[in-house]
Design a protein around this ligand. Sequence first.
Ligand SMILES: O=C(CO)[C@H](O)[C@H](O)COP(=O)(O)O
Length: 221
Amino acid sequence: MNLKKEAGYKAAEYVTDGDILGLGTGSTTHYFIEAVGKRIADEGINVMGIPTSFQSLLLAKQWNIPVTSLEEHDIDLAVDGADEVDKNLNLVKGGGAAHTKEKIVDYSAKQFIVIVDESKYVEEIGNFPVPVEVIPDASRVVIQTLEDMGAECEIRMGERKDGPVITDNGNFVIDAKFEKIESPMHLEIDLNSIPGVVENGIFTQMVDKVIIGTSEGIKEL
Ligand SMILES: O=C(CO)[C@H](O)[C@H](O)COP(=O)(O)O
């Protein structure tokens, strides 16, 4: 069973005619976008998408989902993946380096649904290093501050691209591994107060529902 696909297709059932959708990024959201595209083709529902990355923009175009922007519309429903989800609905996101636009879109939506397979559901977040998007010129001093806060840091490197990953916004990503995240809510705020940090991948607010694809079927939190 493809658990990511199960979760993505389940989330598409929550889409209603006329919705403005926030389109998350990643291999799970890929299936949500596909399922919405099929509902447009099969049922003729009338929706528009606001992509969180070039990846989701291209997928929306592939599936004939009209795109718009936050300049034009508010979002009714955002659907997005995650790298970790805990029982308090705290998330770590940014494995695809798209967390800055994802947070803008997901936090502004009237409803925010997270879709994951069961491997992402954890007791408490923090095993997955926290992605921190930084202005490139600030990366050395931001790393110093993160290390002072107890994190082990790496600038994320490209694959099939020499040098650092460059985000859709032209920045670097530092992956910061904390031994333990005592308070996700405070860490989310504290990381964003470091000069040079654009956004971090801890999401502690706004999640309305988590759809988990498990080997025993869909579970919803
Ligand atoms: O935050 C993200 C991208 O920045 C993704 O939503 C997250 O990495 C999960 O991806 P996938 O569904 O491929 O496991």
